[in-house]
Design a protein. Sequence first.
Length: 614
Amino acid sequence: MKRTIQYLTLSICCFGWQIAAAQTEKVSVADFGLKPDTRENAVPYVKKALEACRHSKNAVIVFPRGRYDFWPQHCTERTYYESNTTDINPKRLAILIDRAEGLTIDGEGSDFVFHDRMQPFTVDHSHNITLRNFTVDWDIPLTAQAIVTQTTDSYLDLQINAYESPFIIESGKLVFVGEGWKSPWNGTMEFEKDTRIVTPQTGDPGCLRPQGNYRAEELAPGQVRIHFPYQRRPAVGNRLVLRHSERDHAGMFIVDSREVRVENADIYHTAGLGILSQFSTNLTFINVNCIPNERKGRILAGHDDGFHYSNCKGDVIVKNCTFHALMDDPINVHGTSVRILKRMDDYTLRCKFMHHQSVGMTWARTDEMVGFIENKTMQTVGVGMVDSYHPINNEEFEVTFRQAVPKQITEGHALENLTWTCNVSITDSYFKSCRARGILVSTPGKVEITNNIFESSGSAILIAGDANYWYETGAVKEVLIRKNVFRAPCMTSMYQFCEGVISIFPEIPQKTDKTPPFHQNITITENEFHLFDYPILYALSVDGLEFSNNKLIRSHQFESFHHRKHGLTFEGCRQVVVKGNTAEGDLLGKTVQLIRMPRKECKLDKGTIFKIVQ
């Protein structure tokens, strides 16, 4: 077997010191017999290349440019409990990077095409990994799309590319079939034919909830009539994304790893979350795009979120990335809180993962710091250091602390792992219209969201946190939102927690005037908002909030519809400052609403464009 090996040595002289970079070994998949554009299964060849580099700490595996197909046969199968992902195991792993160090995979601009349900990339217990220069797609995607060709009050006609998304009509229902799977239609998103934004004021209900009593019939190959008493008709020519199947594999799964970098990659489609990073440290994503494959005439993109960070630490960096037509939020950063089932003694608690798509993880390790949360008020009443962690089953575990657990912490309360929290930098990125919001961020680390463009269907930025429903916790301590442009498509549809273009909305079941704020130190400054509706900012339970030097421009692109009729709403907040903002045009939201907070906690500059109401 002939192998191509290149060595690179870099010497740097500085103050008499000479630093020599480690030798780099370059290996081509062609050396193992894999050729592009053959449709042959790439999985066994890539396994051989990875094995050949197992003992190298600076290897680069290259794919000569072309198309490479990955089929389920020969995939490694392994059980993984992936955050916000349906627990269907084992996972099929096309490219598994396991306990590697200093490895780079360079696609050299290649198209990686996947078949059936699988996980394209998995990075497990690895360090200093780079993935770059490739695209990820499916020939038969795990969602489908259709063009609306005719509408009436009782039916609509759809044109479906049956070659790309084969389907059958089964007992009057539309069922998609693929490479080894069958999946009924279960949701719809509607996109405008010209602008490719989510049709305003549709959101999740769209034009049809397929859980209803609809009836489908095939009129001709690829032509389907959906009988249903429509309250609202989609426009002829609009695109519908027809959702089906479970989110059971991520596009990339980065777990228990550190110093991982992804760059110059287009993620056209996945079988679940786009890139899921879990219990990993120092992650960088540059020029990574979760977008439709326009070469194939698609509006559908990823199956769910774009980038999802669950219980990560260190620095998370996102730069120059684009997101469009995802079926969930482009970026979501959070921790996982768990519910206390029983106080076994003063040191040991039995706990449970509460959301069915977040189970089985190793939630804590010895010497990690944990916060004790009174879940009704969402107050952290103390912290403790983990002594031991013992799983009971996929949903439950026991954790023992070195110090006694605070006496007021008992059944029903929650825990948050404070060790696994990260700093976040999101810059120079483009958040086009996707289902739901733009960025969700819940972490006590330093957060900077700067120089981005937002056209989100719902809120552009959501800062939430809860220990009662989603159990995605993380009170923020320092957030800077600066020099972003929020275009008119923001907040054109309603989704959960969408109370303003920027929505700060932790779930706090019991709010009183004496309850200390949940979030801290949020600065929103030097941004440009194009506003067709009233609500600009809604903020619940923040101590230290500044809304300053923002340019507010009236847009007439869409019709006002939101139930909130104030530009700024502050509820249960302290130390709020509003200053230096300017308005262009007949801005609708020129009032500031204060709820459950004294007037003295909100300071407005002289000559402000806003007027306070209580």
